[in-house]
Design a protein around this ligand. Structure first.
Ligand SMILES: Nc1ncnc2c1ncn2[C@@H]1O[C@H](COP(=O)(O)OP(=O)(O)OP(=O)(O)O)[C@@H](O)[C@H]1O
Ligand SMILES: [Mg+2]
Length: 312
């Protein structure tokens, strides 16, 4: 492949400008580029191009140096204190990830035994009241623990995001299809407004689960609310140069004190919640180089907006 083939199409203009500059001046240093990796994820790279000249002085090629760190980051890494801290943190995160998936895997089978045994016991007739409620409690909690384990396993198994140019509106439509019947059963109205927007680099599998979780949160917040409505909109924000996908509801909204904790793993106010929905959503959106904004919706409920700046 030529080097230009690795650059995102929208950056091609800048890439050829850089080549011209390198041809003229001999060298250009530390231009920031986003490139598509073999795994279809986007890598941020700093590129130094040095022109190669023949004996007559004509440019007949370039030598390119690619670095995953900027000069600032590089000098920071050379600082032994900062480097040690960064390395320690990275090591810790990796081992936590490995430990989590090992732990989740090992705990899956004993949980399954607890769950199926309590189901069997519950099905037996003529149990004293205290036994019945006790078994129900065991079953409910085992189910919740299973949900946590399943979410953690799903997340740690699929590994990194595979990004491809994809319309966010399509991702939203797909997620809505999955949740449609439960929204209808709960008599929640859905208003869609998908405006024209460029495609963004996203992993459809992960994005479906993020959107599904956000719509599910909105639906759960609307339990017992009259005229519950979820609005889903997407489009292009010219000032921010971002594609947005916003999900809002007219439920009870979010207490200001809660905002700080929303993205903490295991933070939940629901009996059967894992508290991993928003935490994982943020991790995934981070992987996409995007951001996630939580605010109050104009209808008084909650509003969650996903923003993507890497358009295709
Ligand atoms: N649309 C919303 N309206 C009101 N509160 C919300 C909304 N979305 C999230 N929350 C609050 O944020 C908390 C964390 O949400 P998160 O999705 O991370 O976990 P969860 O929904 O509790 O559990 P799970 O996603 O496993 O069902 C929720 O328990 C709820 O209190
Ligand atoms: Mg949730």
């Amino acid at each position: 492949k030529t080097a230009a083939a690795l650059v995102l199409p929208k950056d091609l203009g800048e890439f050829s400008e850089m080549a011209e500059l390198a041809a003229r001046n001999g060298v250009v240093r530390n231009c920031r580029f986003y490139m598509l990796t073999a795994y279809k994820s986007i890598a941020r790279l700093f590129l130094t191009a040095q022109a190669l000249k023949d004996e007559a002085g004509a440019v007949n090629g370039f030598c390119l140096y690619l670095s995953p760190v900027s000069p600032d980051e590089w000098s920071a890494l050379k600082d032994p204190h900062i480097f040690k801290n960064a390395a320690r943190k990275l090591g810790r995160l990796t081992s936590i990830g490995q430990l989590t998936s090992m732990f989740a895997h090992d705990i899956k089978n004993p949980l399954h035994v607890i769950l199926s045994t309590s189901e069997l016991l519950r099905a037996q007739e003529g149990q004293p009241e205290a036994v019945r409620t006790g078994v129900e409690l065991i079953e409910r909690n085992a189910r919740r623990a299973s949900k946590i384990v399943k979410t953690l396993l799903d997340f740690s198994r699929s590994g990194m995001c595979r990004l491809e140019p994809y319309p966010v509106a399509d991702a939203a439509e797909y997620a809505l299809e999955l949740i449609d019947s439960s929204l209808k059963a709960a008599r929640v109205r859905v208003e869609k407004k998908f405006e024209k927007a460029p495609k963004v680099f996203l992993d459809p599998h992960y994005m479906h689960s993020v959107i599904y979780n956000l719509v599910n949160n909105a639906a759960q917040a609307l339990e017992g609310v009259r005229d519950g409505c979820i609005k889903i909109s997407s489009g292009w924000l010219e000032t921010e140069k971002e594609v947005f996908l916003t999900i809002s509801d007219n439920g009870p909204g979010l207490e200001p004190a809660m905002l700080e904790n929303l993205f903490q793993p295991f933070f939940t106010t629901k009996d059967s919640g894992t508290g991993l929905g928003l935490y994982l959503a943020r991790q995934i959106i981070d992987e996409h180089g995007g951001r996630i904004i939580v605010a109050s919706s104009p209808e008084g409920g909650a509003l969650v907006s996903l923003r993507f700046s890497k358009t295709a």
